[in-house]
Design a protein around this ligand. Sequence first.
Ligand code: HEC
Ligand code: HEC
Length: 429
Amino acid sequence: MSRSFVLILRLFLCSALIFTLSKAQADDNEITFSAYEKHVIQSLSGEKLVDKTDPTNRVSGHPDAIAMGQELFFDFRLSRDGTRSCASCHNPTDSWSSAYMAGVDNAPLEKHTPHLWNIAQNRWFSWNGRADTLWGQALGPMEHEGEMAGSRTAIARLIQSDGDYRQTYESLFGSISDELLQSLPEQAKPLTETPNHPVNIAWKSLDKETQQAVNQVFVNTAKIIAAFEETIVSRNSPFDRFATGMKTGDEHKQQAISDTAKKGLKLFVGKAGCVQCHFGPNFSDGEFHHLFLEKRQPGLSDGRYLGVSQLMVDPFNTKSAYNDAPIDGSYRSPLDYVYRNVEFRGQFKTPSLRNVVKTAPYMHTGELGSLDEVVRYYNNISERKVPGNHQETVLTSLNLTPDEQDYLVAFLQTLTDESFLHTLSQRAK
Ligand code: HEC
Ligand code: HEC
């Protein structure tokens, strides 16, 4: 063999090797998903988010109720001193949440204000699940001394005296009896913990029939607000465009999220285990878990255990006469299958992760300031576990590298529904 032929052969083999190696590297960089991962990704897609109406609320989905509910949501007159509306804390421009808001008289809030995205998808409401309907939840803040500190008689008087409210209200629920409501005290509500409080005494002074009539207006007002809250929907983020692109094979849509975010998505549905609780198109199982957040002995005083206890004795729960669901067996009260268990102590509801980048600080305590902190927290969660408490077995330290933690954050950033946020300021008055 001539020397020159050997040289050419060597050169050829060498370049073939280089070609193969560089091809392998390119393949390594391309982020591919297994059939299983693709299946899970589709289950998270906004296309799967179905609008819900609430059988327990007779005005759910009613256009007039939605319009009036929006007015009420932004109406400061629902609070005792006219300084708070629902939107003060659930501010649409802050993604229906707010970082540091206090209640009437600047009472500090006990928990971080949750956002209201896709709130109609929930079965339980509030961090600890103390309400089983959206309207049942809305009754709380209106009267809570640390939030709006209003009262049900003041609200009944408002609905009765504001011409527009009254007209819509009566078209939805029938007429309010002038005679019954005419001599209502300005502020009256039951306050069982402080029986000597003047508003409690004023409430006790009303006869049962009047109390009942006031309660009915109070509940109906909450049902109108809930009809509006049901329209707070988010399912159109870069991630959703990516998921649609993956389904249809549209290359352009698949570029809606960066490669870094795709790596984060792979971790989210795989090794990092996030999807075990943050699943479905609302990125939440709607259930409760103990994340060992509290610095004191965790979870003894609050959490799902307290929430269930409160819900069971709530006069406005789904077992009450205020539930509009048909009694034909097509509806089952969540109270039929809820029970109280000491293991519920310290458990809080899994929040939806849609628009999560806009709703800092995080967790019911608001103790984690950024998504980096949240991911770091999960990464080292084993350190937080306390022996003797119920162990959430899926929660163990993740051993993610710093790069992998960044990928997860990059993925969470793709859940922002910019188009909707853009129009929100027009909704706020
Ligand atoms: C002063 C601040 C403040 C005001 C005003 C306020 N909220 Fe809230 N909201 C909160 C906080 C804090 C929580 C969490 C409370 C908890 O879980 O213990 C919450 C929880 C909620 C939830 C439960 C969300 C979920 O994921 O389960 C809904 C729904 C809600 N509020 C609606 C309303 C409505 C409707 C109004 C007006 C009638 C209102 N809020 C007024 C602070 C406020
Ligand atoms: C065992 C169920 C479970 C798993 C697994 C889980 N989460 Fe959570 N997540 C929750 C619960 C419950 C909360 C609220 C806890 C609280 O406030 O007490 C939460 C809160 C959050 C929050 C804060 C949201 C807010 O609005 O405050 C983020 C962000 C988050 N999780 C992301 C993740 C990521 C990323 C992973 C994977 C590394 C993950 N979660 C794994 C159940 C879980």
